[in-house]
Design a protein around this ligand. Structure first.
Ligand SMILES: N[C@@H](CCC[C@H](N)C(=O)O)C(=O)O
Length: 283
């Protein structure tokens, strides 16, 4: 299986161009194998770039545990770069199909290659039942949950996929690595959840660490950064335009008042290409 390794500020996936490549096995079986950083290629998951009947291309994303997610913000910037750089659609405005609908992406290119990518991430979903959470409010802000003997105040947002945003003084290893997985799998979140621990530096600047559903801690999460932008406004902590520092780099976010959509801008990088041989047990 030919693949391309790409990352969006350190959130790295194995990408397969399904315009040209046929998968040797179901993607949910391939994802855990290729994601393994010791026995596989190494990555936070698997992303398929496939033909679409309604857009320039379609993204399907699988976490490292093989579960499929509706959306991936960093992944979508990389898909846009791949589609543009590899001439699948050489357009500076691309329509890309995701599990969260068709999203519009703006490419800022130099010498025929995409550099910065701005994604219209769509409108956040704030209804507790639709996110989904066990809370029956709209929006879900400043709600208390009990996890492992501690109380957390959570703010929940779906950007197509579910997020639980927790504002903290310091996003420590204990919070991310011990409580992140417990929150992910707690009964408050029937479809599991991505968890963001966020330090507010100023009304226009935050720092985020993420425990991702199905992949563990990652260096960045684009849908998470979008959810943080929304949660910051809803709780009165931040303005509508913020700079978010993630472990792997920075993202610019805006929750636009006029159209209620979140806009996310950042880089996308192609690292290497290769060929992966599936184990005999898989084929
Ligand atoms: N890293 C991604 C989100 C990937 C999916 C997530 N783990 C989920 O299960 O919803 C991003 O950049 O948004």
């Amino acid at each position: 299986m030919r693949f391309t390794k790409m990352h969006g500020i350190g959130n790295d996936y194995v990408y397969v161009n399904c315009f040209a490549e046929e998968l040797p096995a179901p993607p949910e079986k391939i994802a855990p194998l290729v994601s393994d950083r010791h026995f596989g290629i190494g990555g936070d998951g698997l992303i398929l770039i496939t033909p679409s009947e309604v857009a320039d291309a379609r993204m399907r994303m699988f976490n490292a545990d093989g579960s499929e997610s509706e959306m991936c913000g960093n992944g979508l910037r990389c898909v846009a770069k791949y589609v543009y750089d590899h001439d699948i659609a050489k357009k500076e405005t691309l329509a890309l199909e995701t599990g969260a609908g068709v999203l519009t992406v703006q490419i800022d290119a130099a010498n025929g290659l995409a550099e910065q990518v701005r994604v219209n991430m769509g409108q956040p979903i704030l209804d507790g039942k639709k996110i989904p959470t066990s809370f029956d409010t709209n929006p879900v802000v400043n709600q208390k949950i009990e996890i492992g003997g501690r109380t957390f105040e959570v703010n929940c947002v779906s950007m197509g996929n579910p997020h639980c945003v927790i504002f903290v003084e310091e996003a420590t290893d204990e919070l991310v690595l011990k409580f992140g997985p417990q929150i992910e799998r707690s009964s408050y979140f029937p479809a599991r959840v991505n968890v963001e621990f966020v330090e507010v530096i100023s009304p226009t600047e935050v720092r985020q660490r993420t425990w991702e559903r199905g992949s563990g801690e990652t260096l960045a999460c684009g849908t998470g950064a979008s959810a943080v932008c929304v949660a910051g406004v809803l709780t009165g902590r931040t303005e509508r335009k913020i700079l978010n520092h993630l472990l792997g780099g920075d993202l610019h976010l805006e929750w636009n008042e006029a159209d209620n959509c979140v806009y996310k801008t950042g880089g996308a990088t192609e690292v290497f290409t290769g060929e992966w041989t599936p184990p005999a047990s898989l084929t």
